[in-house]
Structure formats: structure tokens, C-alpha cells
Design a protein around this ligand. Sequence first.
Ligand code: SF4
Length: 312
Amino acid sequence: MYKYLFGPVPSRRLGMSLGVDLVPRKVCSLDCVYCEVGKTTKLTTERKEYILFGKIQEELKHYFDHNPDPDYITFSGSGEPTLNIRLGDVLDFIKKIKPGIPVAVLTNGTLLSDKAVRKSLLKSDIVLPSLDAATEEGFIKINRPAQGIKIDAYIQGLVDFRNEYKGKIWLEILILPGYNDSEKELWELKKAILRIKPDRVQLNTLDRPGTISGIGKASIEQLEGIIDFWGLEAIEIIAKAPERKNNPAYRSDVETAILETIARRPCTLEDIQKITGIHVNEINKYLDTLETDGKVSPVELERGIFYQIKER
Ligand code: SF4
């Protein structure tokens, strides 16, 4: 089993995607209230070689020698990939040995205000940054940033990146009722979108309302209302979980492993990861589908959100 690679997982946006972790779990410049991976344990803007380039190189080489090519390679994982200072080197390495596989980078975008970060991403094929608020107040409320990150510099970093980067930019905005759906916030977000000029805007909301206590998901009608309010081109609502089952990469053995684990006793996301060894991002994707199918349900206990088999 690999330590820094996961999947390929059936990604909603990129097909069958091999994930690469460039930082350990929850090393991030944000601590978003909705984060499905849990609370940020290291809130930082410090860039360093959190996972050694040589280790990632080794695993990628092994993977390519023993597996068919995935549709995409995605730098994502459970922390902020641009915090790894060797990100550009990993990208160069992949492009050298597998030039035909497109590389996508899922990032919170906060470090794009740094010229070196923007430069390191130039060889990627698609960058999917997120932006959930465009006022300082909204940004702090929903994304709880590391010290020193300011919304104006964050947005300006995205604008600068757009001007320097030839690949595609798909901007993801996650709508959380009560956090970033006020008229003022939506208006400021519209202004930011117009400045950033992404190729697409993807509106998202919580997949699973039970992931974090006290917050809820937006309805499709609400998301459609926001699209009407903005009146902009190229905005889409990201496809919902049930579609995933039709994805050829959906693996029933992974689904069974998760179901068997929680059938023994209710588990947190972390428990499931420890027991099955499956990456949290992958577990999350399957939990989405299982919850939509009515097979599992979340329950909030003292130690966090637990998943249990749903009684019928
Ligand atoms: S940026 Fe991503 S990984 Fe970091 S806290 Fe937010 S949702 Fe979680």
C-alpha cells in the first residue's frame, strides 16, 4: 500500500484520478468550518518539504511500473498541497516520465499571492482553487485562515495567477447557509469572479449535512438562485453523489470494506481510515454515496461524527 498516493478514486470532476498527498493530513493554511477531513492540526503558511520529494518520486515510479495510467493525477489529499515547497519538482517529474497524463491541482488558493507558488504551478494542466468568501469578515467566518492571510491579497493572487497561467482554472465556491450566502457576500463574490476570470465556476455545498455539527447544506434551488443572482456565464453546480455509482472507478470492494467496518461498531472517519487503511478522501467519496443510498447515517457523539449502518 502506498503512503502518499491514493486511489485512483472516482472524482466528480476529473474522472478516475490518482491522488497524491504532498503534505500530511490537515497541514493547511485554512481551517474551514466545513472541512470533511476534520480540524486543521497545523495551521500554517510556511512552505517546506513536508513530504520528501524523493519519497513521492519513489511511489510514483512504482505505481507507473505496476498500474495502468489514470485519467488524471491530482495533487489534493487532506491538506494544502501548495505548502510543499517541492510541488514544482513533483510536477516536473510527472511531466518528464508521463507527459500524456494531465495533472490537476486542488488548492485553497491562499498561497497564490506568492509568486514562487504561482510559478511552480505553471506546468499543471488544470488548477481548481477555491474561494468561499470575498469579504474579510466572511473569509474569517467560513475559512478561519492562518495568521497573515488577507482576503484582498488572496483574491489578487488568483487574479495574478489567471494572467500568468495558460491552463484551465476552475474556481470552486462552497455555499454554506448562514456563512456566505448573504446578498453582500454574494455581490462581493461576483465582483471577485469577474476579476479572476476563471474558465469555470463550480458551485458546491456540503455533501453530507452530518459531517460537522451545526451547519447545513444549501438546496439545489438555493444554488440555482445564486446562479440567477450572479447572471454570469460558465457557472455550474457540481454533480451530486448518486451519479458516482455509474462511474467505472466505483469499487464495490472499497464500499464493502467501509460497510463491514462500521457494521462492527459506529466509527469516525479517522477510525475507518485506521482500520481499513483507505485514504480519508476516498472514504469520504464512498460515504457520500452510501449516505445518499440510505445505507449509512451519521450520528454526533462526544468524540465527533460517527457513521453507523442505517437501520431499515
Ligand atoms: S482548505 Fe481544504 S483541507 Fe484546508 S481546511 Fe479548507 S477544506 Fe480542509
